[in-house]
Design a protein around this ligand. Sequence first.
Ligand code: KPL
Length: 321
Amino acid sequence: MLKATLQPALASPLYILGAGAIGSLWATYGYQAGANIRLVLRNQVTANNYHQHGGTHLISAGQTLISLLAADCPQSVTAPIHKLLITTKTQHTLSALNAIKQHIDEHAILLLLQNGLGIAEQIQREFPHANVLQGSTTEGCYRQSDFEYVHAGHGHTFIGASANSDKHEQAARAQLAESLSFPPLKVDICDNIDAVLWRKLAVNCVVNPLTAIHRCRNGELLTRPEILAQMHEIIDEILRVSAALGRSHWLDDLHEHVANVATTTAANRSSMLQDISAGRDTEIDAINGYLCKLADQHNIKVPLNKQLLAEIKRLSSAGQV
Ligand code: KPL
């Protein structure tokens, strides 16, 4: 399918779909940098609440940055959207996009910045001419209350397109990365975003469900021998699936890497722990669910990942009654 170049969409306003932790980081720093940004919120009630609250409040380096961005709900979007940063939870992405589908230019840049895998392919099918890009970030940000977030740790963000996409777009992608690098956020392009996302998926398959089930912070996983043993077995299952897919070289030192992430984010409450504690649905289907689906397709047994998937679904439905 021939896609239009990224170039024309680059100059247009940035729309951000989803005002959660990651969306609010880009919204705040973009607003502070004077960029032309509009938020797309879930519905009119959320948009009214956003305005009543006085916009996004981000605690950053001991200061509260208040940013009152232009905020639309799907019904109030009027201009065509050429450049969209998607930061919704994976499980809400398609419905959120469908609600604004008629406003999305067919050649738009759709950049996904979220946990989990499997959504980009579905979006590309729904929007065949769009430039679907994916990103991965290590910025640490958590929600304090409605529209109030804390930027807890600085990180780095990489964006790129799947392996089979057009290499000639590299310069335009670099321009896009630069246009999203609102200080202090740093965005760079990556030649192999699939590898970065697969490595991130592997970490999320281990840290997210275990912290949610044991109700502990990331660092605590490493201090409990019974959890550590489970972690190693889960990682071995991931390595077997990766080998079947020819991706072992993307996961060098996975045991050490997971331990390093748990150490550097020791004080974090993982996003899944936060979702389970708040009675929200989780991203488990796009994390362990995605891995289990691939394992089934390749006849690989992943009993522990399946157990985690089932347990998180049980906890999630128990929390929502
Ligand atoms: O991505 C994360 C998450 O919480 O979703 C990790 C890396 C586990 C950090 O908390």
